[in-house]
Write a protein of this length. Structure first.
Length: 135
């Protein structure tokens, strides 16, 4: 009976953190992008984010942020949110859920604490800029 349940695997859909200049803050900030590098449109997309971890020996966590998108076209990028400087030292978790046709996909992506460094960066597909990718 358990073997009858098919859990679809998320492929070619991932998150990237990109360090870029913000006119609003007049400094470089980290923005999170949802990358759809697949040949399929994503429908009914829901992304829930939160940060958690330890700072100075004390357990900390943020409230959850929810983002909803009606659709994300194939081979496209969607800017999701900014990561505030004070939570870069925490694990930043993103729970993604979407449909392709009638099939529901979901995956949890985690940017580990202190991910924001040069050594972790690679070229982000579609955007062709350097960033930290979580697959």
């Amino acid at each position: 009976m358990k073997s009858d349940i098919k859990i679809p695997i998320v492929e070619n859909v991932f998150l990237a953190a990109i360090h870029e200049y913000s006119d609003d803050f007049d400094e470089n900030i980290w923005n999170i992008y949802l990358i759809n590098d697949s040949d399929f449109q994503l429908d009914g997309v829901m992304l829930v984010s939160k940060a958690f971890g330890t700072i100075d020996g004390e357990m900390r966590k943020t409230s959850s942020l929810r983002h909803a998108f009606v659709e994300i076209p194939a081979i496209s990028v969607k800017k999701v949110e900014m990561i505030e400087k004070s939570v870069l030292s925490l694990n930043n978790e993103f729970m993604l859920t979407y449909f392709i046709g009638d099939t529901l996909y979901d995956k949890v992506f985690i940017f580990k604490a202190n991910f924001a460094n040069e050594a972790e960066q690679e070229e982000v597909p579609i955007l062709f800029v350097e960033g930290v990718i979580v697959r």
